[in-house]
Design a protein around this ligand. Structure first.
Ligand SMILES: [Zn+2]
Length: 279
């Protein structure tokens, strides 16, 4: 299941978003061969970035996060667009300690948000523990000055399959009362077992049961890479022809690997010949 549900709650003073990204996390596990702790951290980062992508206004809008810490997972990059196509990379997917050791206990996250007009917005926030939720809450508090409460759970079974991946996000609307903010804070602090419950009942039923709310807006999201042979061809055409010929001479082919979806694109001498001829 991949779904993002948005509504208003607590007298319409708080926006509530619930994301079920179970299939998305399973796609990430398959593409990157994530260990269980890496799947939890990467999954949580991807759910949070799906939330951020959901606020992009322009249809050409895109957003990316670069999480660079001292953890065993190395750098994690996640990006998304306004259609909620999400993708990401992780330096080391084979982490076998705990979830918070994936990004580590010291580092920075940089968010670049391109709303399709003017200059992209760039926000950087430091982190001092390995918790992804805390990192994104700090980002919202510091860079966007929007108090946001986040609860995320990613459940991985013994066969390294994600059985449920859920994120709950509550953001105070401008002018929200202190009591509405407190209700949002308390809700995210007290709701445990959210992933298991959403798995059992479904996302909409979960929201119905736990929150008074207005209309539910539902959208799909997915792990989807936008690379294609055509795009790679454009990349090759921007290279120096002599440089391309050198690689062909050495390797017999030009291989381009997409780190986001783990796809190899191979170009043989006849492909390159044709490509430059047509251009
Ligand atoms: Zn790709």
């Amino acid at each position: 299941m991949n779904k993002i549900i948005r509504t208003l709650t607590f007298s319409d003073e708080v926006s509530l978003v619930l994301i079920d990204a179970t299939d998305m996390v399973n796609d990430a596990i398959a593409i990157h061969a994530l260990s269980a702790p890496a799947a939890v951290a990467f999954g949580k980062a991807m759910i949070a970035m799906t939330y951020l992508s959901g606020w992009l206004k322009d249809e050409t809008g895109q957003i990316s996060a670069n999480i660079k810490g001292n953890g065993e997972g190395g750098t994690i990059c996640i990006s998304g667009d306004s259609s909620l196509n999400m993708r990401g990379t992780i330096q080391n997917a084979d982490v076998h300690s705990s979830e918070d050791n994936v990004i580590g206990h010291e580092g920075y996250m940089t968010i670049v948000r391109d709303d399709g007009y003017k200059q992209p917005f760039v926000g950087t926030v430091a982190f001092h523990d390995g918790r992804i939720e805390r990192l994104f809450m700090d980002y919202y508090a510091i860079s966007e000055q929007l108090p946001t409460y986040i609860k995320e759970e990613v459940l991985i079974d013994e066969n390294k399959r994600c059985i449920s991946a859920v994120g709950l996000f509550m953001q105070a609307m401008p002018g929200a009362s202190d009591s509405a903010k407190m209700s949002a804070y308390k809700a995210t602090e007290s709701l445990d077992g959210i992933a298991a419950e959403v798995r059992e009942k479904g996302a909409a039923a979960y929201v119905n049961e736990h929150f008074p709310h207005g209309d539910l807006e539902e959208r799909d999201c997915a792990y989807r890479c936008k690379c294609s042979r055509e795009r790679i061809e454009g990349l090759i055409l921007s290279m120096n022809r002599a440089e391309v010929e050198d690689i062909l001479l050495k390797d017999g082919k030009l291989n381009v690997h997409c780190d986001y979806c783990n796809t190899d694109y191979d170009f043989y001498p006849e492909d390159i010949e044709k490509l430059f001829l047509e251009a």
